[in-house]
Design a binder for this molecule. Structure first.
Ligand SMILES: Nc1ncnc2c1ncn2[C@@H]1O[C@H](COP(=O)(O)OP(=O)(O)OP(=O)(O)O)[C@@H](O)[C@H]1O
Length: 311
């Protein structure tokens, strides 16, 4: 499978601040590549470097097999991007916006071809309404339509669901799936909320303070047979001691009022229940958790606890 983006040891300093640090990752053709990190983690800075809006301090970027420094134009004509809020003319209609951008990119278009694009982003019925009457979600979808006007192979979306309501978020999610499955586009999408891209991403990269924490196939990162159990007892310190003595992979989660966390297999849950009863441990709550959201929270905010589980 062709490497669409290959980033090697990318670093960006802003005066004293290192926004991106020695970051390497690869996006393959056909990926919906989820780029995750909390606010300020360095996602936008990385995306801006991919789009040549800012210059890296160090490192190398290749896209479609070309070097970004030497073959900028060959690369960028195969890329469509929406970063921050899309640049749209609010006194023009959706159709007129699309037509304007089609003209600017010098591509051939017809009324029907532009209407098909609007149909794809769910705006055909509002094609001739002025953008100023659109909801945030509709503007975002039109922005994506504009980014697609030159039929790029790679679409880059920086936090596309920011500020959208649940329906708007679902629309963007469906659009990303459509771009990937039906249109065979490669998509790189950033977010600070894993829940918003866990349903679409085939691969994930999680960064924190500009550094890579994890990269891998979504299916591997989340093994459904593994569980994290949140346990609250009358005396968590004492329970932790007993659990660890008996060989359970347990730790105290520092950030959540010292709840106990256990890493275990789903099949071991009944045994855990029995064990707690036989030890007379008074359980206040026991909650199995295993969403990628939990995983994301672990790696971005609870490093102490992740370290505690390292085999
Ligand atoms: N032009 C700039 N000058 C100085 N510092 C900057 C600049 N752009 C970004 N930064 C800093 O770099 C760090 C990474 O910012 P970046 O915008 O890449 O994060 P992010 O992961 O995209 O988060 P967000 O979703 O909040 O934008 C932050 O600490 C930010 O303040």
């Amino acid at each position: 499978m062709q490497e669409i983006v290959k980033v090697t040891s990318l670093t960006k300093h802003f005066r004293n601040l290192t926004a991106v640090s020695d970051l390497s990752f690869t996006v393959h053709e056909g990926d919906v590549y989820g780029f995750l990190g909390q606010n300020g983690a360095g996602k936008s800075t990385t995306i801006r470097m991919l789009l040549t809006l800012i210059t890296p301090t160090a490192g190398n970027i290749e896209m479609f097999g070309y070097n970004l420094q030497h073959d900028r134009n060959k690369i960028l004509k195969q890329v469509g991007a929406v970063i921050e809020k899309p640049d749209l003319y609010k006194y023009l209609s959706a159709y007129e916006n699309l037509k304007l951008f089609a003209k600017l990119s010098g591509i051939k278009y017809t009324y029907n071809s532009l209407m098909r694009q609007l149909e794809m982003v769910g705006l055909a019925e509002r094609a001739h309404d002025k953008v100023k009457t659109f909801s945030q979600g509709m503007k975002q979808r039109l922005g994506i339509g504009v980014a697609l006007v030159h039929d790029p192979r790679l679409i880059i979306l920086d936090e596309p669901t920011n500020g959208l309501d649940p329906q708007g978020i679902a629309d963007i999610r469906n659009l990303i799936l459509h771009l990937s499955r039906e249109m065979k586009k490669t998509v790189l999408v950033s977010s600070h909320l894993l829940s918003e891209i866990e349903q679409v991403a085939t691969r994930l990269l999680i960064i924190d303070k500009g550094k890579k924490l994890v990269e891998g196939a979504a299916a591997d990162l989340f093994d459904p047979s593994q569980l994290i159990v949140e346990l609250d007892t009358m005396d968590n310190e004492a329970a932790l001691h007993q659990l660890q003595e008996s060989g359970w992979a347990a730790a105290l989660q520092p950030r959540r009022s010292h709840t106990l966390l256990l890493k275990t297999q789903k099949a071991q849950l009944p045994e855990l229940h029995r064990w707690l009863v036989t030890r007379n441990i008074d359980v206040l709550s026991l909650q199995p958790r295993h969403t990628l959201e939990d995983f994301f929270l672990q790696v971005t905010s609870g490093k102490q606890y992740v370290a505690a589980f390292t085999d």
